[in-house]
Design a protein around this ligand. Sequence first.
Ligand SMILES: *[C@@H]1O[C@H](CO)[C@@H](O)[C@H](O)[C@H]1NC(C)=O
Length: 188
Amino acid sequence: MVPYCLLTLLLHSHLIAIIQGGGMKTLYEWSGVDFTWPSSRIRDNAIRDGKYDPSKVAILDVDVFDPTTYGPNNGYAGGPNKEKRIFVTTPKFQPGIPVTLSTLSSKRANDGSHLLEPFPNWSTHNEKDCDGLISVYRVQIDECGKLWVLDTGKLNTFTGSPKKLCNPQIVVYDLTKGDKIVRKKIPM
Ligand SMILES: *[C@@H]1O[C@H](CO)[C@@H](O)[C@H](O)[C@H]1NC(C)=O
């Protein structure tokens, strides 16, 4: 059950695409990844301070939550919204990546690409908070509608000076119950 995969051609064109199935249909693509910032002033400041550099943000992993698969009989309590949700990871391999886990927003950038909406919210992506998310590599949604998030706790692993900010962790969100955190594991 992996109908979605990811094509990253960063070196030459900065093109990232999510493609589907054997027919390799392109569903979404980006030439530069942008987010649903709280305001354009906050975005401008993040660029000025080096916290956001569109050319540095690359999508690594993707998974899709389809609420119709988890009907009332399966415990889905997400309300009337039956839209699919597409989760993507943007590991903080280098400076300039403000957010590490997002859903695709229906809002679009000027070039037509979908903006990323930080998941579960902006304040979770605070590098000073080990209870938040630091650098997420992989996500997986299981058959119970739980989103498993693997966070390395490390910044700038693609640079000469990686920084270990927090322990690695696995955080599990229940997407059928308003994205509530249901488990947090912190190995050594
Ligand atoms: C952001 O999400 C976290 C984890 O679900 C939650 O504890 C926190 O209250 C949320 N913050 C805001 C501002 O909504």
